[in-house]
Design a protein around this ligand. Structure first.
Ligand code: COA
Length: 330
């Protein structure tokens, strides 16, 4: 068994992706997953976030895939490992060897805390991944529930919810756009993104506020385009231009399999006006107009985020799985 570093730009990444996909499907058959093009770009790394990749091979066959994410702008003590092993090669120490390789790289970069997100179906909260993580000293710090909408989408129910909510949001204008935030709104988008990183419930996670500015927003828009993703945003603004809420959703242009509800935030000073529902509904409507063939749209909420959960249930999202943050000191 041999472990070698690879990069997301070389051919070997296709073998890495194949291990990821096979391992993912084995544990979470209908779970959300990314296309190879999305991960090739995401794992190329950039000035805000570096990524290391390893491939474990046995007799020339790729059996394991490892990754270490390294935040570069904030959370500088963190390193984020992910390990995938083909089902037929499990329980032979491949995962442990890849994790140890990731530990060494994390130490070389001076990181002292490891954070990994594991996922699974609603039918069980224990997977090979949770056993493996606990075996290696990680503890569960936060659990988010994954909800999904699948066709047929209930546009009438969405319209009814919007009609009921609109009177409570007088004075707020809901704007929508695709792909690129208009220049006049970019600073406000960055302000809300930064807030979201610590406003959303963090459970027991040891995680600090992210640093966002207009340049970082533009960078992430460029990367989404390179990943082959189409994105849609809806925002709520006051007449003076203050942005009070934001939501974004993205879908690969090459696949209708999975859409992802990304950021949603309503400024705490402007809660209680049904802006969360109005924003998500406005965005969902433009997505379903542009991508009527979409097969699944995913959203994640902390258990404790009762308000956002009720918005999602109203809009037709139903529980199918979970995602949990596991952390340990290094
Ligand atoms: C989790 C995963 C990477 C483990 O890979 P692996 O090569 O089987 O791991 P190892 O053989 O090194 O296992 C080390 C220890 O973890 C624990 N473990 C791993 N899988 C387990 C399982 N299915 N049930 C119970 N314990 C398990 C055991 O203590 C095991 O030691 P043992 O075999 O001597 O009992 C693999 O199952 C996988 O790809 N799962 C899907 C992706 C995922 O969840 N990754 C975790 C990211 S951190």
């Amino acid at each position: 068994m041999q472990i070698r570093p690879i990069t997301a730009t070389e051919d070997a990444f296709s073998a890495w992706y194949d291990v990821y996909l096979t391992a993912h499907v084995a544990d979470y058959p209908n779970g959300p997953r990314f296309t190879e093009q999305e991960l090739r770009v995401a794992y190329r790394g950039h000035e805000h976030h570096d990524v290391r990749l390893w491939l474990a091979e046995d007799g020339g066959q790729a059996v394991g895939a490892g990754l270490l994410g390294l935040p570069l702008r904030d959370n500088l003590k963190l390193a984020e490992p992910e390990i995938w092993v083909r089902p037929e090669a499990r329980r032979r120490g491949v995962g442990t060897l890849l994790l140890q390789t990731a530990y060494e790289a994390a130490r070389e970069h001076g990181r002292s805390s490891l954070l990994t997100y594991l996922e699974g179906p609603a039918s069980t909260d224990m997977t090979a991944g949770t056993f493996f993580a606990e075996h290696h000293g990680f503890t569960r710090r936060i659990t988010e529930i994954a909800r999904v909408q699948r066709p047929p989408f209930d546009l009438d129910a969405i319209a009814k919810a919007v009609d009921e909510a609109e009177p409570m949001a007088a004075g707020y204008e809901i704007l929508t756009w695709t792909v690129r935030a208009p220049d006049e709104h970019i600073d406000e988008v960055a302000r809300l993104e930064a807030r979201l990183s610590t406003d959303a419930p963090l459970g027991e996670l040891d995680y600090e506020a992210e640093v966002w500015d207009a340049a970082r927003i533009r960078k992430s828009e460029e990367r989404a385009a390179e990943m082959g993703r189409q994105t849609w945003s809806a925002v709520a603004v006051l007449p003076d231009g203050t942005m009070t809420g934001l939501t974004t959703l993205s879908i690969s242009r090459e696949s209708d399999d999975n859409g992802f509800q990304d950021t949603t935030i309503v400024d705490p000073a402007h809660r209680g006006h049904r802006l969360g529902l109005l924003l998500k509904a406005a965005n969902l409507r433009q997505v379903l107009r542009d991508r009527p063939g979409i097969q699944a749209i995913w959203t994640w909420n902390a258990d404790s985020n009762a308000h956002m959960i009720s918005v999602n249930e109203t809009l037709g999202y139903r529980i199918e799985g979970w995602s949990a943050g596991f952390q340990r000191e290094l």
